[in-house]
Design a protein around this ligand. Structure first.
Ligand code: AMP
Length: 285
């Protein structure tokens, strides 16, 4: 596995891979790899001939400076894990390589960026995400880019952006990987104390309680949301939001019965860490 620091090195490597007739896959990440990241790398390895993993803790998407400072980083550990998955190229640029002096452009996606994480973290978050992901897709010139369902809204934003801006990379969204007890894997989980690690299960509990109701035929979003939030409170966790929305548009059901693909999304602070999770399900009429 090679490690590239510059855009020019990535472009050279991609040119060489293409000259050999290989297809190119890219997995954008912020590092501190866990099984969720590795599942994306394996999927990329299975389906494309040259796998690029990008490792960049993107400062512009952090609305909370303390979260950026505390974000776990260990490039050597990550490099070993990526190499073991058969990754061909790890692109680990400096902030100056990504945002050189004079950088002045931004990608703004409206609509799907606005509720949920957009409301909680503010509009700069998804502007930061969309801008860096467009840059990474342009740098990698990949056939396919792999993202996790864990960040459901992010995946929707990226799909919207690539469609709107005619980005020739196909977006593939892969299932959420969980710990044996159900906690969604996240790089931020290492910052949970033992007590908080127990309470962090509240997110999955809330989603499960909400999903059980929908599967049992409940079609009133407010009642489903209340049941989910109540289940979280039994573990002493107050949701920032637990929302039942249309999976395609993230629109709330606002008094109309649940129907079609439904996303139940949750965010909560557990100790010093803000966690998110979600579940997708079908609500038949
Ligand atoms: P991050 O490094 O947290 O920015 O995540 C990089 C990619 O891995 C994103 O596409 C995430 O959605 C995905 N990802 C993070 N956690 C998980 C997980 N538990 N299961 C599947 N994919 C994940």
């Amino acid at each position: 596995m090679r490690v590239a620091r510059t855009v020019a090195e990535v472009r050279d490597a991609v040119r060489a891979a293409r000259a050999e007739g290989r297809t190119v896959g890219v997995v954008p990440t912020m590092g501190w790899f866990h099984e969720g990241h590795l599942s994306l790398m394996r999927r990329a390895r299975e389906t494309t001939g040259f796998v690029i993993v990008t490792l960049f803790v993107n400062p512009t998407q952090f609305n909370d400076p303390a979260d950026l400072v505390a974000y776990p980083r260990d490039e050597q550990r990550d490099a070993r894990m990526a190499e073991a998955e058969g990754v061909d190229l790890l692109f680990a640029p400096s902030p100056e390589e990504v945002y050189p002096a004079g950088f002045a452009s931004e990608v703004r996606v409206s609509g799907v960026t606005e509720p949920l994480e957009g409301e909680s973290r503010g509009p700069a978050h998804f502007r930061g995400v969309a801008t860096v992901v467009l840059k990474l897709l342009n740098i990698a010139q990949a056939d396919v880019a792999f993202f996790g369902q864990k960040d459901a809204q992010q995946a929707l934003v990226i799909r919207r952006m690539t469609r709107d801006l005619d980005v020739p990379t196909r977006i593939e969204v892969c299932p959420t990987v969980r710990e044996p007890d159900g906690l969604a894997m996240s790089s931020r989980n290492v910052r949970l104390s033992t007590d908080d690690r127990g309470r962090a299960l509240a997110l999955k509990r809330g989603l499960d309680a909400a999903a059980v109701l929908v599967r049992a035929g409940e079609r009133d979003a407010t009642r489903v949301e209340r049941a989910g939030a109540d289940a979280m409170r039994t573990l002493g966790v107050e949701p920032e939001y637990l929302a039942v929305v249309s999976a395609d548009t993230l629109a709330p059901f606002a008094g109309t019965p649940l129907e079609g693909e439904v996303l139940i999304a949750v965010a909560a602070r557990v100790g010093p860490v803000r966690l998110i999770d979600n579940v997708l399900l079908e609500a038949e009429r």
